[in-house]
Design a protein around this ligand. Sequence first.
Ligand SMILES: Nc1ncnc2c1ncn2[C@@H]1O[C@H](COP(=O)(O)OP(=O)(O)OP(=O)(O)O)[C@@H](O)[C@H]1O
Ligand SMILES: [Mg+2]
Length: 262
Amino acid sequence: MQAEIDTAPVVRLNRANEDVPVMPDYSPDRDLLAANLVVGFEPMNERVHPFFNMRSQLLRAVHSSGKRVFGVTSVQPGNGKTHISINLAAALSRIYPTILIELDLRRPSVGNRLGLPQLQPGMDDYLMGTVPWRETCLRIHGFDLTVSRVRDPRDNAEELLASPRLPDLIASLRGIEGSPVIIVDTPPALVNDDLMLISRVIDGVVMVVQEARTPKRALLDAINSLNPTPIVGSVLNMSISSPQQHHDYGYYYMPPERSGAR
Ligand SMILES: Nc1ncnc2c1ncn2[C@@H]1O[C@H](COP(=O)(O)OP(=O)(O)OP(=O)(O)O)[C@@H](O)[C@H]1O
Ligand SMILES: [Mg+2]
């Protein structure tokens, strides 16, 4: 039987006897976001447009298939998974309830990228069973975005990812009010089997490919190893053939019949 998980924000009294949410609101530092290439919160930044297009494609998949939990992965480390996850989640959260969950337990970077407080418990603490999930969450001020990042790198990632606490949480999140889209920042596909453990709880994968770096054979192996979890889209990141070089994305989303989307 599935454990019940309390994902709703609860209230407690502060010293002034006012209700304050346990999921605190947080305003990231804009200069830090800019330095870390987090553009998804900035509607006027031209670099946000590819993420607006990605979100539209993803929402089309959400509406047509009813699937709402998507992992962002790549074959190798450093291809841009976290960059895409954060910016896509930010862009989505401007128009749709969104939850960003970090499950790269060995090399977490969401907290630093967004400048989140370091002491708050994280997804790693939840998976270890030391805190309820809602205590790992921050709400990004002014956006419909909840973030649960990993607090500390964990060598025992496979043990934590194999815990029933992960499927229990995702099952609970599927049922919460507002039907949020859940973006999961994952480890690379072929470095170890962490992604296999994650793939059992997600509905689809956005594959980040780095031009001239991701080997075709390894990419095919990664896609095969994820089967039956479908690839719902792919992002060509840091395209060397684009005029703007580093900051451009070629991307496309495969139609369901080609990707095998459920
Ligand atoms: N399109 C881009 N333009 C410029 N820099 C980028 C782009 N995508 C990623 N980067 C930078 O490349 C570096 C690696 O990106 P990122 O950390 O997102 O990759 P990752 O796949 O999550 O890495 P890891 O496997 O270590 O988790 C970061 O410094 C990031 O800011
Ligand atoms: Mg990463």
